[in-house]
Design a protein around this ligand. Structure first.
Ligand code: TXA
Ligand code: MG
Length: 368
């Protein structure tokens, strides 16, 4: 299939008519920029191979990196979520024991709709392209009303990776999607700025009963532990390809260096490292985690003996949710500024959403 080149995508308000137009696109195997509460997704019919191919090509994403399948809340009769996913021919829970199945159900009851993705044994009808040939499928029920309305109108589950080119910064507004993919897709539904700002937390519920955290995200680790009564295993065992876990990801075009601490507390050897990273650059970008951004920029400028510093802060009072919401947009802004090299203060701890923020900053700066 050849990529269709269009001049520019249209950004549409999420009126009922526009949602219908977008749903028609999806029914025809095309892809659409879709808002969710975490980040914007590039949505396509999860059961249509040509739509899936289009998603991979549009993003330039390798096909070994599986997609997340998005479902809408059920209308009417109350079913358990596992049963609902079974009836949608997405999940085949038969490899799971009853207690294991109950753990999956409890997680979905606690966090759906919302920023939790579950990896469960897949139903044979799910195309291998969606799951990269894995025997499991990742499913999520977003809580953004526009995502819910679009999935319902399309009448099919939607595969949706983040709507950025592979490896780059995830989009948290319709304009970001335009910047990333505007020349490659036709429609972007504008659902406003994303409320969470980092991707969903991915948890695999395995046939052995193990519950494994594959990607930190919008639901904190402690909240998951609480629901399953402890025993959450962190990270993949090497057996599963979970490329959200590829070392380099979420990256700006410019080189990003993660600092050892807040700029006010850097020692002489750290300042020396910054100096050598700066080289001949005339302006640098600084992502301040918390506190007074002007003071932080001034303190770095002085430590370097004068230098143009373009600084922005994630949250003045260090609120993790606010910081997560701001993270990708501020990184994108610095990437688009006159700064030639970027530096970021680390997240001071990994409490709550701090865990996901620290993960994203590490991966965005991996090139070092
Ligand atoms: O918040 C989100 O999850 C966003 C929005 C758009 O919903 N989507 C998103 O998709 O982050 P994406 O494609 O950027 O990340 C999907 C990741 C894969 O990279 C992989 O790590 C994991 O989900 N994944 C998908 N299927 C899997 C499977 N069967 N087993 C293990 N990991 C899987
Ligand atoms: Mg992504």
């Amino acid at each position: 299939m050849n990529l269709r080149v269009v001049t520019d995508a249209q950004i549409l308000d999420p009126t009922p008519e526009n949602i219908k137009i977008a749903a028609e696109h999806l029914k025809n195997g095309l892809v659409v920029g879709m808002p969710t509460e975490t980040v914007y997704g590039l949505a396509g019919d999860a059961l249509n191979e040509s739509a899936l191919t289009r998603i991979f090509k549009t993003k330039e994403r390798p096909t070994f990196d599986p997609l997340i399948v998005h479902v809408a809340p059920p209308e009417g009769r109350e079913l358990g979520f596992v049963e609902m996913l079974e009836r949608l021919n997405l999940v085949d829970p038969s490899p799971l024991s009853l207690p294991t199945r109950a753990k999956a159900e409890a997680l979905m009851q606690a966090f759906w709709p919302g920023p939790l993705t579950l990896v469960l044994p897949k139903h044979r009808d799910v195309p291998d392209l969606a799951t990269s040939g894995l025997p499991t499928v990742a499913v999520r029920m977003p809580r953004h009303p526009v995502a819910q309305a679009l999935i319902a109108a399309a009448g099919t589950p939607l595969a949706a990776p983040s709507a950025n080119r592979f490896g780059r910064i995830s989009p948290t507004s319709a304009e970001d999607v335009m910047e990333e993919l505007g020349q490659r897709i036709e429609l972007i539904l504008d659902g406003g700025p994303c409320e969470v700002g980092v991707e969903s937390t991915i948890v695999a519920v395995e046939a052995s009963g193990t519950v494994r955290l594959l990607r930190p995200g919008g639901i904190a680790r402690d909240a998951i532990e609480e629901v399953i009564g402890g025993g959450l295993v962190i990270g993949n065992d090497g057996a599963i390809a979970a490329p959200g876990m590829l070392a380099s990801h979420y990256a700006p075009r410019k080189k990003l260096h993660l600092l050892a601490g807040p700029v006010g507390k850097l020692g002489p050897s750290e300042i020396e490292k910054i100096r050598s990273a700066i080289g001949k650059s005339r302006a640098i970008g600084l992502l301040v985690f918390q506190g007074d951004v002007g003071a932080a920029a001034e303190s770095l400028r002085r430590a370097l003996g004068g230098m143009r510093v373009i600084a922005t802060a994630l949250s003045e009072d260090g609120d993790r949710e606010e910081a997560a919401r701001a993270l990708f947009g501020e990184l994108r802004a610095l990437d688009g500024s006159n700064a030639e090299v970027l530096f970021a203060e680390p997240c001071p701890d990994e409490q709550g959403l701090g865990y996901a923020i620290a993960d994203r900053l590490r991966k965005a700066s991996h090139a070092e």
